[in-house]
Design a protein around this ligand. Structure first.
Ligand code: BES
Ligand code: ZN
Ligand code: ZN
Length: 519
């Protein structure tokens, strides 16, 4: 038997086990991969175009003496992709969840979505069996992708609910994925996809935690804890005194209004050749963005507890890559600060000197992300000379308005890279779409008294990118991701419940996978 039961924080292993648990989640769900022998109270099946049953589902139908098919006919179930139906009274099963799998050949993204649909339709059941055999797909190990979607879609955050309610009252349960090739799917899940799920769970946890509970010092500790015992990973935490020595005036400036000092966290994973330049990921980690002296309006202020999403995605990604043991060198830099108003806070009009020596005139203290990133970008290039540099940030309301919840904005001067990013995003289910960056955006941030100014009206997302781009070496392969619209969902998608999305772990993980150098 395979399976793992995870309890919050201290997963204990039962045998040759596999399971997932989103990080702070008190879920006692055990995932298993099995052959076609099904024995469960609740069952989930996929039905394609015109309600046609695959051999595996026909076997289930036979167990119900044909009543499953009759019920599908009566419900006029056409098998449209993502359509869900839950049927009761089809003994020997207590319930049968039916999800339409459509007529097209299923991609990885669609398989994950199908797993997510089942998760949404099945909360709290015990011993759920999901029939992954007979799907119309050429994706080998498709059951592993279903499991990943299921695991992502069943995330919940119940830490602050009273004991005995929410997830904490859920009993231990098993979800089994039935497939022709259980061992292969299990291997892919356990050695790879499960770590991506944990990385996403970490990012979601961080983005959901209130600002009171996560501030730079303990955010850094949470990152340390995540990587404890992970091979080839080093976590370095830079404090205020060290930042002073590096002249990180922008990062320190943003943090100075808060009772909590800023931190700069660097995670390195050296899985590649020692002479190979790394890929660098740089994340915005504002643990709460009040706007500072340029205080934000009341409405929606609470959501700025998740202004640390970029940094969380960086940590989650490196976790997945390192646990998988990729042959790649990867460095992540997380710029952590709390943006608060106080007598010690920076003011609009102040001029900050960055680590690069360039000065920035602060036009609005609410445009703090680009400030902390300016120092982080300089630092990572000076220290690591990366071959690909990606920054990820909940940077602008402008990007959120333009993109909504479906696309993150991608900005890079390199059109080939833009297209690569769009292709990767589409494949893994985290879409990106380009916004422009040209010399006019750089001209717009000219300042009368400093080297640049931090804002310059519309178009906000491109202006923000220009400020960051000012700190990127010429000819450096650079991608900027503005995730302000996608990091928080008001409406669930199959693999992302509403709330904090943990956006970027799946995307960046795929970028790193695809950018490994041949041996
Ligand atoms: N963290 C915000 C951006 C944001 C807005 C993220 C909405 C998620 C949802 C950022 O620090 C900010 O306040 N940006 C300002 C910049 C402006 C002052 C130039 C904005 O976009 O309004
Ligand atoms: Zn702000
Ligand atoms: Zn912000």
């Amino acid at each position: 038997m395979w399976g793992v039961i995870y309890k919050t924080g201290l997963g204990f292993i039962l045998s040759c086990l596999l399971a997932f648990s989103a990080y702070a989640q008190a879920s006692n769900t055990r995932l298993e991969f099995k052959g076609l022998d099904v024995n469960a109270e609740h069952i989930a099946v996929f039905v394609g175009k015109d309600g046609e049953l695959s051999k595996a589902v026909a076997d289930i139908n036979a167990k119900t003496d044909g009543r499953l098919q009759t019920a599908l006919k009566d419900a006029e179930f056409e098998g449209k992709f993502g359509k869900k139906l839950r049927l009761y009274g089809l003994s020997p099963f207590k319930s049968v969840i039916v999800v339409g799998s459509g007529e097209d050949e299923l991609s990885v993204r669609q398989l994950r979505d199908l797993g997510g649909y089942v998760a949404q339709a099945s909360s709290n059941d015990d011993s759920l069996a999901i029939i992954g055999a007979g799907l119309n797909t050429s994706v080998a190990q498709s059951a592993a992708e279903l499991a990943m979607g299921y695991a992502l879609g069943s995330y919940s955050f119940d830490k602050y609910k009273a004991k005995g309610s929410g997830d904490s009252k859920k009993k231990a349960r098993t979800v089994s994925f039935h497939t022709e090739e259980p061992q292969l799917s299990k291997d892919l899940f356990v050695n790879d996809l499960k770590h991506v799920v944990t990385g996403v769970g970490f990012a979601r946890d961080m983005g959901t935690e209130p600002g009171k509970s996560i501030y730079p010092e303990n955010y850094a500790q949470r990152v340390r804890k995540l990587f404890k015992g992970v091979a080839n990973v080093k976590v370095e935490v830079m404090d205020l005194a060290q930042m002073k020595r590096k002249n990180m005036g922008a990062l320190m400036g943003v943090g100075q209004g808060s009772i909590h000092d800023p931190r700069l966290v660097t995670v390195t994973y050296m899985g590649g050749a020692s002479n190979e330049a790394p890929i660098a990921l740089v994340g915005k980690g504002i643990t709460f963005d009040s706007g500072g002296i340029s205080l934000k309006p009341n409405t929606g202020q609470w959501a700025m507890k998740s202004d640390l999403s970029g940094a969380a995605a960086v940590a989650g990604t490196i976790y997945a890559v390192a646990k998988r043991g990729d042959k790649v060198n990867l460095v992540g830099v997380m710029a952590m600060a709390e943006n608060m108003p106080s007598g010690k806070a920076i003011r609009p009009g102040d001029v900050l000197t960055t680590m690069s020596g360039k000065t920035i005139e602060v036009m609005s203290t609410d445009a703090e992300g680009r400030l902390v990133l300016s120092d982080a970008m300089t630092y990572v290039q000076e220290e690591y000379d990366p071959r690909l540099l990606i920054d990820i940030a909940t940077l602008t309301g402008s990007a959120a308005r333009a993109m909504g919840e479906d696309y993150a904005a991608v900005i890079t001067p390199d059109w080939d890279l833009t297209q690569e990013m769009m292709r990767i995003g589409k494949a893994v289910g985290e879409d990106v779409w380009p916004l422009p960056l040209n010399k006019n955006h750089y001209k717009a941030i000219a300042s009368d008294i400093a080297d640049i100014k931090s804002t310059a009206g519309r178009p906000g997302a491109s202006i923000g990118a220009a400020v960051i781009g000012t700190f990127v070496d010429e000819d450096r392969k650079w991608v900027h991701l503005d995730i302000a619209g996608v990091d928080w969902l008001d409406k669930a998608t199959p693999t992302t419940p509403k709330g904090h999305a943990g956006w970027g772990v799946r995307f960046l993980d795929a970028v790193v996978r695809e950018n490994q150098q041949a041996e």
